[in-house]
Design a protein around this ligand. Sequence first.
Ligand SMILES: Cc1cc2nc3c(=O)[nH]c(=O)nc-3n(C[C@H](O)[C@H](O)[C@H](O)COP(=O)(O)OP(=O)(O)OC[C@H]3O[C@@H](n4cnc5c(N)ncnc54)[C@H](O)[C@@H]3O)c2cc1C
Length: 399
Amino acid sequence: MERITTDILISGGGIAGMTAACAFGAAGFDVICVDPMPPVTEASNPQADLRSTAFLQPARNTLISAGIWKHLQAYATPLEIMRLADAGGEVNEIRKVADFVAAEISDEPFAWNLPNWLLRREMLKRIDELDNVTFLTGVETKRITPRLDTAYVQLSNGTQVVCKMVLAADGRNSPARDMAGIDAKTWRFGQKAIVFSVSHTEPHQNISTEIHRTGGPFTLVPLPDQNGKHYSAVIWMETGPKASDLMKLDDTAFNTAINERSCGILGTLTLETRRVTWPMISRLAERLDGPRIALIAEAAHVIPPIGAQGLNMSLTDIQCLLDLALESPDTLGSQEMLTAYNKARHKDIKTRVTGVNLLNRAAMTETDNLKALRLKGLQALHGLAPIRKTLMRKGLGSV
Ligand SMILES: Cc1cc2nc3c(=O)[nH]c(=O)nc-3n(C[C@H](O)[C@H](O)[C@H](O)COP(=O)(O)OP(=O)(O)OC[C@H]3O[C@@H](n4cnc5c(N)ncnc54)[C@H](O)[C@@H]3O)c2cc1C
């Protein structure tokens, strides 16, 4: 049996795991990251992750210090305005628009949007630059045995890794979380997100638009122009049965449906990619630490894609752990360090999960009174400048 010693074993090489590998590697720690699946790095591959991620300002800072941003910036679309529109009346038309403008609180855009398949391609390039980071694909974590000063991690290829800290970045059904005996609470919404990209006749002007109507929001997130056409990524959240019906439509009928639902906000929309559905749940681990193990990203928390919080919270997890590790490198993976991590992150994550759950239920509502309340709430929150600015800062994670 081969035995390798390292500082950190990252179980899971999704976007969070790869970011953590680069962040800890760039800071000088030895890292091994393992994943049973090789990353899919081409949009045309049927397995490609067609979602996009809007990285908020703090997340971009983490990407800069990890040395990843230099690979991404040429492909990133800045989001200068977050537009919330209510279309919850009798007919499908926009009743109220509220613009949250980044320039009101900062010299920078709110966020920068990038396709997930491209993130994986560019993160692999960064990993290749780091001699102290090893990425093993086709290999999974089988068993984790914590000891006082180290953890022994058994991999599926027969190798045993001896490390100071394990990062569980192995997704929403995290096997490592189970191995550590940490429970997680799940909320189900009976809702699905349909994800695809469209071209449109009007330019997006770097505005991300959420159109609210019963069933859930329809969100258009700006992408770079392609072949002389304006492009956006779309997330359409609907109740499960409605989403299934929409998935059964042929492309022509689906184009009619997306144009009705978008209320013409970006002119005529045309479907440009295949459609993929994601079940909507929230999940929260009861704690983020166990002996020699820290849970990060979807292994720790899952939320519906509202307000671009999901992966951004994950990058805050990584930054928090890295700050603690740099503060006291000798205590890497100790109970003291991991307890401090749980204390620093769990409360904030719980607040955001609760907030997004509430927003999502309000967005799904079918009751006329509640729909009217949603509209009034939007008007009130947006109409008062101090509340508006606080909300924007809170969304960025800086309050
Ligand atoms: C429709 C949609 C839109 C979204 N949009 C946004 C957005 O705009 N902004 C945002 O911040 N977030 C967004 N999110 C959330 C974001 O996409 C997720 O948080 C993120 O993709 C999850 O990444 P991850 O690395 O935690 O998990 P995953 O991508 O699930 O990666 C986990 C990895 O662990 C591996 N693994 C599993 N078991 C093992 C094992 N035993 N050993 C080793 N490896 C293992 C898996 O193969 C996988 O590669 C969105 C989510 C959805 C559903």
